[in-house]
Write a protein that binds this ligand. Structure first.
Ligand SMILES: O=C(O)C1=C[C@@H](OP(=O)(O)O)[C@@H](O)[C@H](O)C1
Ligand SMILES: C=C(OP(=O)(O)O)C(=O)O
Length: 457
C-alpha cells in the first residue's frame, strides 16, 4: 500500500512515500533525560471530526489533523460528495459542511481504502442523505464484516444493497428518510455506535442506541460539543436529531502513537530511564495500554494539561523500575480501551517475567488482518512461543531472536509490534512490508529511528 497520491498529498505534514524495507541494525537507547516526545495526531478523532465538519452548519477549522492513509481516504471521499475541504497549512483544514440534501456527488464510488472507520461513517451519513452511492474499499477492507453497521442502519430505514459478498463491501446506499427508534449494537466495537450517531443526526426522531460495551466515545463528545443533544443512561445513548454547529478543533496526539513510543522506549531503555510524552489525548476509553503497562510493572503518570476542547489531553511519564511482569488482560472495557495496542502488549510480553494472557479480544480477528493469528505468527518468527485462543492469545516469554529477514503482513499495528520485537532482539533484522505503517502513522519509521540504527533498503 502506498500513501494515496491525491490532491491532499504534499500538503499535510507528513506526506511522503515510505520505504518498504528497512534493516534494524542495532539498538541505541534514547539518551537519559532526552527530550519529551510528541506522538502523531489522533486518527480516530481526525476521522470523526472531518465527517462531522462535513455535515455541520458552516465552515469548521481543524488543526493537527492526522496525515495518514486512512484519513486521506476519508477526505477524498468527502471531496467526491462535493464537500469543500481546503488544506490551509500542515495538518490544517477548513471544511465547509453541507446539509444531507445539499450533497453534490462528483463520483458515485467512494473508496474507503483500508479504513473501516471511514467506510462505516460514510455508510451512516449517506443512509440519511438524498444521494445514491457505492461505498467500497481495498481487498482487506472488502473482507471485513459490515453487518454490525448494516443491520441497525436498516432498522432505521436505510436502503443498502450488498453488491458483493453478503455483509461485506461494496455496498450501494440509496439515501432515505431515516426513522427514529431504538437500535442494538451487539458487538464491542465503537464504530457502529459512532456510525449510528451520525445517522441519527438526520433521522425523523430521536435514536436510542443500546450497546453492550463502553468503547471510545469521541463521537458523543464531539456531537455534544457542537450542540447535538446526546444523553447517556448506563450504556444507552439517546441522540436527538440536530445539525451540528461548525467548530474549531485542535486534534490531540494519538494514544496509539504514544503507546508505540512507550513500547519502543521500554524495549530499549535502561532500568529507571524515563520517557515523557506530551500533548497526548488522555480519554480514559483510549488509554488502556497505560493501565496494562502499570500492571506489567511500569510506573505511569498521566497529567491532564488541557480540557478546553471535547477531549482531555496532557502528558504521560513512563519509567520502568525493574523487569516487566507478565499479566492477564481481560474485561471488555479494558480490552476496548487498548484494542489497537494489544499487538504491542504481546510484543513486550515476550520478555516479561511470566506468561501473559489476553482474553475477551475476539474482535481482533476482524481487523486489517486476523490480529490474533498475525501477532502469534510474528512472535513465532522471533522465536517466542505464543498461542492463539478463541478470544485472544497467550505469550510464554523467552529470548527474542531476530530473523535475518522478515516479510510483514499488511497490518500497521502488527508492523509496530515487529519494531518492538526487533529492538528486544537487539537488531540484526531486515523487515519488509513496512510501508503499510502509513495506514495510521507514516512517521513510524522515524519513531523507530529514535531508538535504533536503521538502514533503508
Ligand atoms: O472507532 C474507531 O475509530 C476505531 C475503533 C476500533 O475499531 P472497532 O470499533 O471495530 O473496535 C479500532 O480498532 C480502530 O482502529 C478505530
Ligand atoms: C483497525 C483499525 O482501523 P479501522 O478499523 O478504521 O480500519 C486500526 O487503525 O487499527
Amino acid at each position: 500500500m502506498t500513501v494515496p497520491d491525491d490532491r491532499y498529498a504534499g500538503l499535510l505534514d507528513q506526506a511522503r512515500a515510505l520505504p518498504d524495507r528497512i534493516l534494524v541494525r542495532s539498538v541505541h537507547p534514547a539518551e537519559a533525560g532526552g527530550p519529551a516526545l510528541q506522538p502523531h495526531p489522533d486518527k480516530a478523532i481526525s476521522q470523526r471530526a472531518t465527517v462531522l465538519a462535513a455535515v455541520a452548519d458552516g465552515t469548521s477549522r481543524l488543526s493537527n489533523v492526522a496525515d495518514c492513509a486512512d484519513v486521506r481516504c476519508n477526505l477524498r471521499a468527502l471531496g467526491k460528495l462535493g464537500i469543500q475541504v481546503r488544506v490551509t497549512g500542515p495538518g490544517e483544514l477548513m471544511v465547509t459542511g453541507t446539509a444531507a440534501s445539499g450533497i453534490r456527488i462528483t463520483d458515485r464510488t467512494l473508496d474507503a481504502g483500508n479504513s473501516a472507520t471511514t467506510s462505516r461513517l460514510l455508510l451512516a451519513v449517506l443512509a440519511g442523505s438524498t444521494s445514491d452511492c457505492v461505498v467500497t474499499g481495498n481487498r482487506l477492507l472488502r473482507s471485513r464484516p459490515m453487518t454490525e453497521v448494516l443491520d441497525p442502519l436498516r432498522e432505521l430505514g436505510a436502503e443498502i444493497e450488498e453488491l458483493g459478498e453478503p455483509g461485506r463491501l461494496p455496498l450501494r446506499v440509496r439515501g432515505a428518510r431515516l426513522r427514529g427508534g431504538e437500535v442494538n449494537v451487539t458487538v464491542d466495537s465503537a464504530q457502529p455506535v459512532s456510525a449510528l450517531q451520525f445517522a441519527a443526526l438526520n433521522a425523523a426522531g430521536p435514536v436510542r442506541i443500546r450497546r453492550r460495551t463502553m468503547a471510545r466515545d469521541h463521537t458523543e463528545r464531539l456531537l455534544r460539543w457542537t450542540g447535538v443533544p446526546v444523553a447517556q443512561s448506563e450504556l444507552d445513548l439517546l441522540v436527538t436529531p440536530r445539525r451540528p454547529r461548525a467548530f474549531d478543533l485542535t486534534v490531540p496526539g494519538d494514544p496509539s502513537g504514544a503507546a508505540l513510543l512507550a513500547a519502543l522506549h521500554l524495549a530499549s531503555a535502561q532500568p529507571g530511564q524515563e520517557l515523557t510524552l506530551t500533548r497526548v489525548g488522555l480519554n480514559p476509553l483510549r488509554t488502556g495500554f497505560l493501565r496494562i503497562l502499570a500492571a506489567m510493572g511500569a510506573t505511569v503518570t498521566e497529567t491532564v494539561t488541557s480540557q478546553d476542547g471535547p477531549e482531555p489531553a496532557g502528558d504521560i511519564r513512563i519509567v520502568l523500575p525493574g523487569p516487566l511482569r507478565g499479566t492477564v488482560v481481560e474485561g471488555r472495557q479494558l480490552v476496548q480501551s487498548a484494542i489497537d495496542e494489544l499487538p504491542l502488549v504481546a510484543a513486550l510480553a515476550a520478555v516479561a517475567k511470566g506468561r501473559t494472557v489476553i482474553r475477551d479480544a475476539a474482535e481482533l480477528k476482524g481487523k486489517d488482518t486476523d490480529r490474533i493469528a498475525s501477532t502469534v505468527e510474528l512472535l513465532a518468527a522471533f522465536g517466542i512461543a505464543a498461542r492463539a485462543t478463541p478470544d485472544g492469545l497467550m505469550v510464554e516469554p523467552g529470548t527474542p531472536v531476530a530473523p535475518e529477514q522478515l516479510r510483514l503482513p499488511a497490518d500497521h499495528r502488527v508492523i509496530f509490534a515487529a519494531f518492538v520485537l526487533a529492538l528486544l532482539a537487539g537488531g540484526g533484522c531486515e523487515l519488509s512490508g513496512v510501508r503499510a505503517a502509513a495506514t495510521s502513522h507514516p512517521g513510524a519509521i522515524d519513531d523507530l529511528a529514535r531508538f535504533a540504527r536503521l538502514e533503508i533498503r
